[in-house]
Design a protein around this ligand. Structure first.
Ligand code: MV4
Length: 651
């Protein structure tokens, strides 16, 4: 048995592999770049070695540094995870030559499957169904044109060394072919250093169905059923599930047999995935083979009750497969989503950053969260901005989906961007719920598709207003307790005003839209009006609100929302904030003094209130800081531009 394992990866997969290796009694070695020095996978490992600067090319892709770390720590085996060097045949070979165990397939199998044309030739020879097309060596335009005409338009041009849709071109008629070949070859040359193309019949309305396989060194190969990964955004998987919706036992058997044949055809060992395109007529076609453990492997683990990393480690150590095909059974349904630090409202650009607040749903047996970060960590700008994988299991597909939506609704995160609302939209979209969403579904969505509904807006604004009013009351009460005369009417936070209305006013901004919110204190909280509309009292299932400087983060309304608390005079106050002093924006009477000299305040805190023109004007802290000096006192009449207070702003 392997005693010490080096994990040549980072983030959630490194933590996930360590969890199993530790459970198996292994000692674990993490490798990390300088940017990851304080990362969770480093903290979790028994030992850790810095392998280079932040750039992946100089660290996580640095074979020599990784091998050196293995040698230095006495690791006997290296697990590559996924991505980085996981499908690098040269690395797999170098690990073997260094006398270490590579937890993965033979280098030859990686090489064979690395080129689409070669992979198709091997599959065709093994009678694995492939998409009709041409994948020969003659790459002349005349030959490619002749073959395209034989296949029939529309055809798909694919780069032999391409992947994830890179270098793909749909050609709908003969006249477009020459230009498409030229541009596809140019792109392939620059992206992969090789411009070989293959041509396939373009299949429409397809599903992406992939089979998990394992093979050992003793000639055994099994499949552990299929996953449906049709929900992809620009060829990046977003939602994965097992088993595939609408799969019949007969089709599952046929696809499983084809996947095993594929594994045997390449002399496979370890964990692998055979990707198929499933057409509406239930014909399926080999697309590509992934010679690594996939990101989405947990959904297959959950429906089979197996630990695939344990299987990998045992097989890499020469053990036979833990189970025969007849002993592998399918139960229930699992769905996974990839929670990313990206901004769906900004074309899904990465939105890395420090995690100021992170709260997962309570542990449940049917919920699994795989993550490489904790509150206080940073989602790095140097690498894939994955925050976590969230996986839900249910006896039925409906239960699994409902559990996942409920869990996502409870996730609280502030700091980096996140795609929770997008994920929840996909999981509740009719085509997905009905199990009919194909590979074009996600890319066909417009941003409006996952915009906030009016009901969600109202729920979010109400939660923010209730939180803010309560916070002001608490602050007022705290001030009163500290002030010389705790029973002064000015200390009364109830919003009571001599002869005046008890209504409190807030201006909130949600997604760049300003709302007037009025609150009237009542025994069980505040009765709210938003832009003149009376709001239903809060129910029992209350959204969670977390404060950050100048913003309120509302969770539990179909995904996080950020509400800015705005006061017209805040703009005036911050506009008049010259250096670190405040000037009265107009003549009036000081009716509330909420702070004392030396008090720490955060952006949005009410400092003093000026009554002018029969209205209350809150002077708020435009930024975090400390109140240096108060120049006014309660009930004082002040002229316009009177200095009210001085504040030292946080650096
Ligand atoms: C196809 C196809 C239709 N017809 N091949 C996308 C990247 C790589 N996985 C292969 N892909 C496709 N190959 C033929 N002959 C449609 C796709 C495709 C796709 C496949 C699976 C999941 C998502 C996809 C999104 C767009 C296109």
């Amino acid at each position: 048995m392997i005693k010490k394992l080096l994990i040549a990866n980072r983030g959630e997969i490194a933590c996930r592999i360590m969890r199993t290796a530790t459970a198996m009694g292994m000692s674990t070695v993490a490798v990390y770049s300088e940017a990851d020095a304080r990362a969770l996978h480093v903290r979790k490992a028994d030992e850790a070695v810095c392998i280079g600067p932040a750039a992946a090319a100089e660290s996580y892709l640095n074979s020599a540094a990784i091998l050196d770390a293995a040698k230095k720590t006495g690791a006997e085996a290296i697990h590559p995870g996924y991505g980085f060097l996981a499908e690098n045949a040269d690395f797999a070979e170098a690990v073997g030559k260094a006398g270490l165990i590579f937890v993965g397939p033979p280098a030859q199998a990686i090489r064979s499957m690395g080129a689409k044309d070669n992979a198709k030739a091997i599959m065709a020879a093994a009678n694995v169904p492939i998409v009709p097309g041409y994948y020969g060596a003659d790459q002349s335009v005349s030959r490619l044109t002749e073959e395209a005409k034989n296949i029939g338009f529309p055809v798909l041009l694919k780069a032999a060394l391409g992947g994830g849709g890179k270098g793909m071109r749909i050609v709908r008629k003969a006249g477009e072919l020459a230009a498409a070949i030229d541009s596809a070859k140019r792109e392939a040359r620059s992206a992969f250093g090789d411009d070989r193309l293959l041509i396939e019949r373009y299949l429409t309305d397809t599903r992406h169905v992939e089979l998990q396989i394992f093979a050992d060194r003793h000639g055994h190969a099994v499949h552990l059923f299929e996953r449906d990964c049709s929900l992809q955004r620009r060829h990046q998987k977003v939602v994965e599930e097992a088993p595939a919706p609408g799969m019949s036992p007969e089709l599952r058997r046929k696809m499983g047999a084809a996947a095993i044949a594929a594994a045997q055809a390449v002399g496979y060992e370890g964990a692998g995935t055979i990707e198929f395109l499933l057409a509406p007529d239930r014909q399926f076609y080999f697309m590509e083979m992934n010679t690594r453990l996939q990101v989405e492997h947990p959904v297959s683990e959950l429906i089979t009750g197996q630990d695939f990393v344990e299987w990998q480690l045992r097989i890499a150590d020469g053990e036979p497969l833990p189970l025969a095909q007849s002993e592998i059974s399918l139960r229930g349904h699992a769905v996974e989503v990839r929670l990313y630090a990206e901004d769906p409202d900004n074309n899904f650009l990465p939105a890395p950053g420090a995690i100021a607040h992170l709260k997962w749903p309570d542990d449940e047996p049917c919920l699994r969260i795989e993550t490489g970060v904790e509150a206080g960590d940073v989602v790095s700008p140097h690498y894939d901005p994955m925050i976590a994988k969230v996986i839900s299991y249910g006896e039925t597909r409906g239960e699994a989906i409902a559990g996942l939506v409920g869990a996502l609704n409870k996730i609280e995160i502030t700091g980096p961007g996140q795609n929770l609302r997008f994920l929840m939209h996909l999981l509740t979209a009719k085509p997905f719920v009905e199990g009919t969403a194909n590979t074009a579904f996600v890319d066909g969505l417009t941003p409006e598709a996952f915009a906030l509904s009016e009901a969600q807006r109202t729920q979010i604004l109400a939660a923010a207003a209730r939180y803010r009013f309560a916070a002001d009351d608490d602050l007022q009460a705290a001030q009163a307790r500290k002030s010389a005369d705790p029973h002064s009417p000015w200390a009364d936070a109830s919003g009571w005003r001599l002869g005046g209305s008890q209504r409190r006013r807030l201006q909130l901004i949600l997604e760049k839209v300003a709302y007037q919110v009025f609150g009237s204190p009542e025994p069980d909280g505040y009765a709210l009006e938003i832009d003149g509309r009376k709001i239903e009292p809060a129910g029992t299932d209350r959204p969670q609100v977390v404060k950050s400087p100048g913003h309120l983060h509302v969770f539990g309304c179909g995904g996080p929302a950020v509400v800015e608390v705005y006061d017209p005079l805040q703009a005036a106050a911050s506009a008049s904030l010259s250096g670190s002093s405040f000037a009265a924006p107009m003549p009036g009477k000081i009716t509330v003094v909420n702070v004392v000299a030396g008090q720490q305040v955060i952006a949005g805190d009410v400092l003093v209130v000026l009554e002018a023109m029969k209205m209350e004007h809150a002077i708020v802290a435009p930024v975090d800081g400390v109140v240096e000096q108060l120049f006014v006192s309660l009930d004082e009449q002040v002229e316009e531009a009177t200095e009210l207070l001085a504040m030292e702003t946080a650096k």
